[in-house]
Design a protein around this ligand. Structure first.
Ligand SMILES: Cc1cc2nc3c(=O)[nH]c(=O)nc-3n(C[C@H](O)[C@H](O)[C@H](O)COP(=O)(O)O)c2cc1C
Length: 236
C-alpha cells in the first residue's frame, strides 16, 4: 500500500472522479422496506434544476420523526437549507462538496442538548391521548428533569447524536421510498457551520444530508462480511 495521502477536501471530492458507476439511481416500483434498504446509496450527483417542494420535504421529515428517541424527547432539530445563496454559503464550509449546491436541499440534522425541557409538552400529549394517567405523567416529567437536568453536557450531546443518527437514517430511507436520493455528510467544519447559520448555542450539529433528484447512482454497496462485525453473546 502506498503511503500517499490527500487533503480532506481532495479525498471527499475524489470519490466522484473515481466512481465509474454509469447508471442513474434506481426509481423503485417496489417500496417495501427491504428493497429500500438495499437500494439506498449515497448519491453525490444531483439534477441542479430539480426542486423538491417544501411540503414534500415536510412530509419526509414527518416520517423521519416517527423514529425512536431517548425518553421520546425527540432532541432532533432540522435546519433545511433550500435557498441557493445559503447553499453557496455552506459550500466552502463543507469542503466544497458539489452536492451541497446541486441537491434540492441540504438538511442539517441538529440535536438540542436541552430537549428535556419539552418533557411536559411531550408527556401531556401522551396523557391527553389517554395513554398515560395524569399523575404518572407528572412523575415521569419530574424524573426526566431530575435526570437529564443533571446530566453533564457531554452526555446530553451524546444522546442528541444518537437520536440524530437514528432520525437521519429514517429520513434517508423515507427519501428513497419517495424517489429521492441523499448523502449523509460529516465532512464539514462544525464550528464554522454553527456560527455561519446562527444555530442556537444549545444545539449540536450531527450531520448534513443532501436531498435531491440523483442523476448518478453512486458506488454499489460493499460491506465487510458479517463474521468481521458480529459476535454472539460475548467477546472472548
Ligand atoms: C456520518 C457519516 C458521514 C459521512 N460523510 C460524508 C461526506 O462528508 N461526504 C460524502 O461524500 N460522503 C459521506 N458519507 C457517506 C459515506 O461515504 C457512505 O455512506 C459510505 O461510503 C457507504 O456508502 P452508501 O451510503 O452508498 O451505502 C458519510 C456517511 C456517514 C454515515
Amino acid at each position: 500500500m502506498s503511503n500517499k495521502t490527500m487533503t480532506k477536501e481532495e479525498y471527499l471530492n475524489k470519490v466522484k472522479e473515481i466512481d465509474t458507476t454509469k447508471e442513474a439511481p434506481k426509481v423503485l416500483e417496489d417500496t417495501d422496506f427491504l428493497t429500500i434498504a438495499k437500494e439506498r446509496r449515497s448519491v453525490r450527483q444531483y439534477d441542479p434544476d430539480y426542486k423538491i417542494e417544501r411540503k414534500e420535504i415536510e412530509e419526509l421529515l414527518e416520517t423521519a420523526t416517527l423514529a425512536p428517541s431517548s425518553s421520546n424527547l425527540q432532541s432532533w432539530r432540522f435546519l433545511v437549507i433550500d435557498e441557493q445563496e445559503e447553499k453557496e454559503r455552506l459550500l466552502p464550509i463543507a469542503n466544497n462538496q458539489q452536492q451541497i449546491v446541486d441537491a434540492s436541499a441540504v438538511i442539517a440534522v441538529l440535536g438540542d442538548k436541552k430537549a428535556y425541557k419539552n418533557a411536559d409538552q411531550i408527556y401531556s400529549q401522551i396523557a391527553e391521548k389517554g395513554n398515560m394517567p395524569e399523575d404518572v405523567k407528572d412523575m415521569y416529567v419530574n424524573s426526566i428533569f431530575d435526570n437529564y437536568g443533571n446530566f453533564p453536557e457531554e452526555r446530553l450531546a451524546k444522546i442528541a447524536h444518537i437520536d440524530g443518527g437514528i432520525v437521519a437514517m429514517q429520513l434517508m430511507l423515507a427519501a428513497k421510498a419517495k424517489g429521492y436520493d441523499t448523502v449523509p455528510m460529516g465532512g464539514y467544519d462544525e464550528e464554522q457551520f454553527l456560527k455561519a447559520f446562527n444555530v442556537p448555542e444549545e444545539y449540536t450539529s450531527v450531520m448534513l444530508i443532501s436531498l435531491g433528484k440523483g442523476v448518478k447512482a453512486g458506488f454499489q454497496k460493499t460491506r465487510l462480511p458479517l463474521d468481521n462485525v458480529v459476535k454472539w453473546n460475548r467477546y472472548e
